[in-house]
Unconditional design. Sequence first.
Length: 113
Amino acid sequence: MNKEVNNSYEEIYQIVRAIPEGKVCTYGIIAQLMGSGFSARVVGYALNQVVLEDQVPAHRVVNRNGILTGRHYFNPPDQTQGLLEREGHKIIDHKIVDFKGVLWDPRTAEDFL
């Protein structure tokens, strides 16, 4: 991985580390925060590189509808749901039930800016 990509991934990881327990963020919001040239897909690629030892709570990043689309990259795949449920989330059919109520947006969060 080249240095620029590595630095960008680390910026993404810093944002993800800031997501409070009990909250979630979306790939798209993180991409917008990163600026032009970033897409939700790039955020997903970065999070696919995460291992549990990295202390990056990748399970807190979901798609724009609150669906656990990244669950396939966890081993086992239901690990994402289990981690979120331990943080108090209710999930039905791989979707967070109160998605809008638990959505954390770093662009407006006072504790992030």
